[in-house]
Design a binder for this molecule. Structure first.
Ligand SMILES: [Zn+2]
Length: 288
């Protein structure tokens, strides 16, 4: 096995994703050998990749006049059958589609070049990093693994903490740093749905620095100030739907780590030291 393959395998094992939870979604009649497409209500679809090593989940949100695709998948489908994500989106909607990434890690933006309209959250540190013709070049830290995509044309900048109307469907983008600085959540205020990317999902959460704990906690505070327990939460790996109380459990978990009350297991991952913590069925891995 090549080194990269070994590293990827370990990464996938560590996700320890809960893939077998009961689902209450309606399966669509769209056939794909790779994606498992479910209608999760309120004109929203989850596009799961059950055969992906990391069980990625992307989402399609439809308003009456516009659509948002949130993430583009792991890209592992290319090696298997060449099936892409965009033809599925085209089957699900004829509305103009804007692609948004939950964050820039490699496993959320493969297939990105199938999309012609790419939106970035209007964050100053991203805007300051595009070329004069709005090309954003991904760093290796952005991608975490590999070198695709190398760059992308930003077609529009979407405002943060501001109502965006998709046509009788109001969403907001919220910056939730912690997993990465540019991480965003989509908050659907009309239907009380929140899409949290890699910030929170059913599986091991990854932090890349001990300082991220403070950022993570700040983001929970921010999220809780916007959401309430009627909201349905969705993550970007594993079984899509997340229990609402997992937000407060995560907060308690982070406090437990911060106060040195949670014990860690020290491991090596990709030659780097990592601490792995467990708390009430949750797991967090922190690079040291
Ligand atoms: Zn990630």
């Amino acid at each position: 096995m090549k080194k990269n393959t070994v590293l990827k395998f370990i990464f996938c094992l560590l996700l320890l994703i809960a893939c077998n939870e009961n689902k209450d979604n309606l399966h669509t009649d769209i056939n794909s050998e790779w994606f498992d497409i479910d209608d999760i209500g309120h004109k929203t679809y989850s596009l799961e990749e059950p055969k992906s090593d990391q069980h990625n989940v992307s989402y399609l949100l439809l308003g009456d006049s516009k659509a948002i695709v949130f993430d583009t998948g792991s890209g592992e489908n290319k090696a298997i059958n060449g099936f892409k994500i965009k033809p599925i989106i085209d089957e699900l909607t004829k509305l103009p589609v804007t692609l948004l990434m939950s964050h820039f890690h490699f496993d959320h933006n493969q297939n990105i070049h199938e999309f012609s309209n790419i939106g970035f959250p209007d964050l100053s540190f991203l805007k300051n990093n595009v070329s004069s013709n709005d090309i954003y070049t991904f760093t290796s830290e952005d991608l975490f693994y590999g070198n695709y995509p190398s760059e992308v044309k930003v077609n529009k900048w979407l405002p943060i903490n501001t109502d965006i109307d998709l046509g009788n469907r109001i969403i907001q983008l919220v910056n939730i740093p912690g997993h990465t600085d540019e991480s965003i959540a989509i908050i659907d205020k009309t239907n009380k749905m929140a899409f949290l990317g890699d910030y929170l999902y059913n599986g091991t959460l990854f932090l890349f620095n001990n300082n991220d704990i403070t950022l993570y906690k700040k983001s929970i505070k921010h999220l809780v100030s916007i959401l309430d327990s009627d909201y349905k939460l969705f993550g970007a790996h594993g079984s899509p739907k997340i229990e609402y109380n997992k937000l407060s459990k995560l907060n308690n978990f982070l406090i437990c780590i911060e106060n040195n009350e949670c014990q860690y297991i020290a491991e090596k991952l990709w030659g780097e030291d990592v601490f792995i913590y467990k708390y009430e069925g949750m797991e967090i891995l922190i690079f040291q």
